[in-house]
Design a binder for this molecule. Structure first.
Ligand SMILES: [Zn+2]
Length: 71
């Protein structure tokens, strides 16, 4: 089965995420997941919202540091 990132729409081919469109055949049996990069981005977003809910001072700085580490 073909796996596509639900965020950036990259397709997983043999463990590698590639930026290509799905074929019509693939689009019939596609499963969605997060690619490595989007997983980290999603994790940062969850962390940031949890930290702000907990009124954690410094959460913004940690979020910026995490973002710069993946860009
Ligand atoms: Zn992605």
């Amino acid at each position: 089965m073909t796996v596509q990132c639900c965020k950036c729409k990259k397709v997983r081919d043999n463990g590698q995420w590639t930026d290509r469109p799905l074929t019509i055949q693939e689009s019939k049996v596609v499963s969605h997941a997060y690619c490595d990069r989007c997983f980290v981005e999603c994790y940062i977003e969850i962390f940031a919202s949890e930290a702000s809910l907990a009124d954690c001072s410094g959460a913004g700085a940690v979020q910026e540091a995490l973002k710069s580490s993946i860009s």
